[in-house]
Structure formats: C-alpha cells, structure tokens
Design a protein around this ligand. Structure first.
Ligand code: BG6
Length: 466
C-alpha cells in the first residue's frame, strides 16, 4: 500500500538542549537543576552519566545540521537552554548563549530545515530551583522574562514555538514519584506546580501574541491515552481519574481555557487545591495556542486495585522489569498482558497515537497538530560493518506513520512528525544506555553514524511517503 502525505508535511526529528549540547560550563552557561541533580545523585543515573559532554552538539552543531540536511529533514524540534540565555535565571542576558542559537537557527534555515523551538525542556536554572523552583511564584515571572528575551532575540528566525515540554511528566516525576529533581513526593506541591505551569503557559501565549509577530505558539504534551485495565466499572472510574490528573489537568487549560472540574473537585476534597486566583483563570481563558504538539510513546491501563503507593521506572533495559505507578485508593497502571513491549517495558501500541490525535482533534477541530516526539529506545552497538541495523526502529516509525496517515485521511490536521531523536542522547535516568537516535553516537569519539533507520527515513522524506 502507498502512504502519501500532504504537501508540506514536516519530516523531522527532535532533541532537547540538556540531552545533546554538553559544554555545560562554557561561554557563560549557568547550572540547571539537572546538572546539579546529576552531580549530587550520581547513583540515580545509569553509570553515573552526566550531561556535561552529552553529544557535544554545542561544538558540533554545524556538522549536525549538515547531517540533518543530508537526511532530508525539513524540520527539527529542539529546545533552548534557559541557563545559556539567562545563566542565573533572573540576571543579565548571556550574549554568547544568544549568539549560539542565532548561528544554529541561521544554519538550519539555510539548510531548508524549519526550527520548532521549545522554551522549557526541564533545565530550570539552578538558582531558581534552589529558591523553590516552580513552587515559587517568582519562577513564573523569571520564565516570562526569559520567554520575552527569546521571542525578541530569535523571533525573526523562529516561527514555531512551544512553551513547555510535557508539563505533566515533569510535574509527576519531580513532585509525585520523586524520580526527577527536585525529588519530592508531595501532592500539594505537585498540584501547585501543575497549576503554576499552566498559568505560566497561558501568560506566555498572551505575551507572544501581544508582541504581534508572524510566528505560532503551542505547547508540547504527552497526552498518554489511559484505558481501563478491564471492562469493570471500577476500572473505568480509575481510568477517568487517572486521565483527569495525568492528562486533562494539562490539556484542558491549554486547549479549552479552563481546568477540569472533576480534578479541581478531587484536589479540593483532599485539601491540596492551590488558590485559583480570578486573574489567573481569566488569563487561562483569554487566549489559546496556535497548535498542539503531542509526544507519544505508550499508553496506560488503569486499574482500581491500587492498594499501595508505588513508583518506579524501568532503568535496566530488561523488559521483564515493570514500570510502577500506583496511587493508593485512586488508580494503578498495569501491564497489558497481550502487549508488545520494548526492552524498557514500554508498550508498542500505534493505535494509541490514533486515539490521542482524535482526542486533540475533538478538543479543537482543525487545530494544527504536530507529533513532536515518538520513538523507541534500545541498547545498540555498531555492527562489524560499522552500521546499526535497527529494523525495529523502522518498523516502529512506519507503524506510527501509518496511523498518522489514516488520521489525516479522516480529517485531522496533522502537520508534521519529529522522531525522537535525531541522535542518541542523554536519557534522563538511563544515561547513555538507552539509544533513540537516527544517528548512533560513538561515545569514545563522538562520531555520528547514521543507522539503517536514518537512510530509510531519508527516503520517506524524499518521497513524502512510503
Ligand atoms: C520524553 C521526553 O518524555 O521522553 C524526552 O520529552 C525523553 O526528553 C523521552 O528523552 C524518552 O524518555 P527517556 O527517559 O527514555 O529518555
């Protein structure tokens, strides 16, 4: 069967600053919360990996852009490191940081690759983290200033902006599961942060539109589908609650301009609802995104059988080790006994992407949608002939592209696909063990080696289909 995509469909891949740049102490960059976390808790990351060198993209960006061009990319999703632009979060702008991204964006545009730029992919400047991070309202003001600096410095080059990457995932892991910085297990703080992030998002959208440029602004969400584990009404209820706290708390304000009533009620009942100020809610209601970015890896299955509170991500790469996410009395995510799983116990389920695209479409029919991340992590080494035969990645991407093709045929406005990731990179808790890239990174030499999937994708981009 032939899968032909609409003209102008964006073929790209994605990265995030902390995961590829390295040069964490160069040219005036400040520390982010992740730099400090990796230093202070080396035991939490595979082989005590740090982002200090990452893929050395800060020095090798020109070659990386040339590789993207050679692979036929027409788009590239990346993030700006806040601590490179404003090293201490609130003080002077670091002109060397601004110059780095201006050079990078210019090279991308010159190569015919449209940058899609996320302002915040979790690398909060450390002084702000130390002062309370997103629990401190001052962080919102600092972010708005940082956003303005970026819009003004790069607005002539960047036409696609996203405020936050996966606010639900960073909130959950930072404040509920205690797996990411600031390593908290505090529901009240989690809800406060989740609220602050979405109000900050709304204010940033208003700021951007107020500046009146010709760019578009959105947000990147991991709208992870949540299915009931069985057809019992109790599991259906558990799935509804999980969806409310995991997804709708973040999607509804961004797309509908309001927080979901059932989640508000749940938090109020449990005395963890932050003060919802009228001016915040007016701000959330006033303006909205020009597009939505969706990241999709795997779905969840919710069971009501949540007798304990337990969290854990698979960081071994052994597919028999389960991920755990269970909140006593509310819901527990369980494995799909019939599912296909990656080595990190993430289910491969392309129809889940269809469900979330349909959902985004239902929220705001016609709103442009970009698939801003989708990919598969694996342990990989170079073959004897110096390549990586990642047929499973080709299969993974092809199956998801088929779903996107079907969604477009059914009237959903999907504009582009950014495979996670352009290159193997620093995977938050898995260090350099879990590889996602089209480009294999030789950790000894930093040499980039296109995998078999990279050549396959080049052909897809060239033919605008497969
Ligand atoms: C997404 C993040 O949640 O998942 C990426 O936006 C991340 O930054 C990707 O790398 C894969 O997750 P992990 O933990 O396997 O690297």
């Amino acid at each position: 069967m032939e899968f032909q995509f609409p003209q102008g469909f964006v073929w790209g891949s994605a990265t995030a600053a902390l995961q590829i740049e390295g040069a964490t102490r160069e040219d005036g960059r400040g520390d982010s919360q992740w730099d400090v976390f990796c230093r202070e808790h080396p035991e939490r990351i595979w082989q005590q990996a740090t982002p200090d060198l990452a893929c050395d993209h800060y020095h090798r960006w020109a070659g990386d852009v040339a590789l993207m061009k050679a692979l036929g990319h027409t788009g590239y999703r990346l993030s700006i490191a806040w601590p490179r632009i404003i090293p201490d979060g609130t003080g002077a702008v670091n002109e060397a940081g601004v110059a780095f991204y201006r050079r990078l964006f210019a090279a991308l545009i010159e190569a015919g690759i449209e940058p899609n730029v996320t302002l915040y992919h979790w690398d909060l400047p450390q002084p702000l983290a130390r002062a309370g991070g997103w629990e401190n309202p001052a962080t919102m003001d600092a972010f708005l200033r940082y956003a303005r600096v970026c819009f003004e410095a790069f607005g002539d080059q960047v036409k696609l902006w996203a405020t936050f990457n996966e606010p639900s995932w960073s909130t959950l892991n930072g404040y509920v599961t205690a797996l990411h910085p600031p390593l908290k297990h505090d529901y009240r703080a989690a809800v406060q942060v989740a609220y602050t992030l979405m109000v900050t998002h709304a204010r940033t959208v208003a700021l951007f539109h107020g500046l009146g440029g010709d760019g578009k602004i959105g947000i990147v969400q991991n709208m992870c589908p949540v299915y009931p584990a069985t057809d019992s009404p109790r599991d259906a209820e558990a799935a509804r609650i999980a969806d409310a706290v995991y997804n709708r708390w973040f999607i509804d304000p961004a797309l509908l301009g309001r927080f979901p009533e059932d989640a508000v009620e749940l938090y109020r009942r449990n005395h963890i609802l932050p003060e919802m100020r009228r001016e915040d809610l007016d701000m959330v209601a006033a303006d909205s995104v020009d597009f939505i970015g969706v990241n999709y890896y795997f779905p969840h299955y919710a069971s009501a059988d949540a007798t304990e509170t337990l969290f854990g991500l698979n960081t071994s790469g052994n597919r028999d080790e389960d991920c755990h996410f269970s909140i006593k009395g509310l819901f527990k995510f369980v494995r799909n006994p019939k599912g296909r799983y990656t080595d990190w116990a993430w289910e491969i389920y392309p129809p889940g992407l269809r469900d979330l695209l349909a959902r985004a479409h239902r929220y705001r029919p016609g709103l442009p949608i970009y698939v801003t991340e989708n990919g598969i992590g694996a342990q990989e080494t170079l073959d004897a002939d110096g390549t990586v035969d990642d047929q499973y990645r080709i299969d993974f991407v092809r199956e998801h592209l088929e779903v996107i093709h079907g969604a477009i045929a059914d009237g959903m406005n999907v504009r582009g696909y950014y495979m996670w990731a352009l290159m193997d990179n620093f995977s938050w808790l898995n260090g350099y063990k879990k590889r996602y890239g089209f480009l294999f990174i030789d950790r000894e030499t930093m040499r980039r080696v296109p995998k078999k999937s990279a050549f396959w994708y080049r052909e897809v981009a060239r033919r605008n289909g497969f």
